[in-house]
Design a protein around this ligand. Structure first.
Ligand code: GLN
Length: 277
């Protein structure tokens, strides 16, 4: 048994070759402290380590469990976040939302950010770490908030990313105002068939009514009350949802911009709240 034969277990189970290599690398680093550098130096793994790796690969194959849940962490924008099946695994696409937000925050010296449906806290924590803003992350799930709090400690950003249990705006106080409200809401239309791996993720983080638009509608309706003048509303978008969300935003928001992801899919939308006269 060696790394190649164990990698082959993954590819034989239908996992694409590049993906299999990345996953083996993650498992090796996490469980065996064996890095790419060790590999380049030709360091040999002990039989016991290989056996352990094989067991983890079998767990991956048997349950189709995402490798991030097996190791309990996921890489996002330069940091390792704790993840469990109580939270969504951070996606590469979400980087686009976070990068746009960071640029706006830095460029305008903004301070107060609200992240709705914070989950693992990956968005809130990254913004707090990379800007001077204070981010309030809210979520309906107490289990998710516990993970988010662990991630605050991991990243050493206590007091700059704070969390509160709230069903959307329910526990946002009347006088609270934000420069930016952002969200990567559940946006998969209910009833959509998913890849087996995705079925391990929390359903409430994935699915939305109204053909996927439920949370965009609910957030767009209430966001203007909680935004400062010239405040921004920003969303990650599900596939094919840009036009509908843009139409929902048009009445109360201006300067609306849509940003595509690397696959050319409209992935992020944001705009500024219109001033009331
Ligand atoms: N904010 C978290 C993320 O982007 C969780 C989003 C969600 O659960 N829909 O990963």
């Amino acid at each position: 048994m060696n790394i190649q034969t164990i990698t082959k277990l993954l590819t034989d189970a239908g996992i694409e070759e590049n993906e299999a290599r990345v996953e083996i690398k993650m498992l090796l680093e996490h469980f065996c402290k064996y890095t790419e550098l060790d590999k380049a130096k030709g360091k040999v793994l002990e039989e016991e380590q290989l056996e352990y790796l094989e067991n983890k690969v079998m767990e991956r194959i048997r349950d189709r469990k995402p490798v991030q849940y097996i190791i309990g962490e996921a890489y996002f924008m330069g940091e390792y976040f704790k993840v469990t099946p109580d939270v969504l695994i951070p996606r590469d696409e979400t980087e686009i939302l976070v990068r746009e937000a960071i640029e706006i925050i830095r460029g305008n010296g903004l301070k107060d950010v609200l992240d709705i449906g914070t989950g693992s806290g990956c968005i809130a924590c990254t913004i707090a770490k990379q800007t001077d803003a204070v981010v309030l992350g809210i979520d309906i799930s107490s289990d998710a908030l516990r993970i988010a709090l662990d991630n605050v400690t991991r990243l050493g950003i206590n007091n700059r990313a704070v969390f509160r249990k709230s069903n959307l705006f329910e526990k946002i106080r009347e006088e609270e105002r934000f420069d930016i409200i952002l969200s990567n809401p559940p946006y998969i239309p209910k009833g959509t068939a998913l890849q087996q791996e995705v079925c391990h993720e929390p359903q409430i983080a994935l699915f939305a009514d109204d053909g996927g638009l439920e949370f965009y509608k609910k957030i767009i309706r209430r966001a203007p009350e909680y935004l400062k003048p010239e405040g921004w509303l920003m969303f990650e978008l599900g596939m094919g949802e840009a036009e509908s969300v843009k139409n929902l935003m048009k009445k109360e928001f201006k300067d609306i911009i849509v940003v595509k992801d690397l696959a050319g899919i409209d992935r992020v939308i944001y705009g500024k709240v219109k001033t009331k006269d």
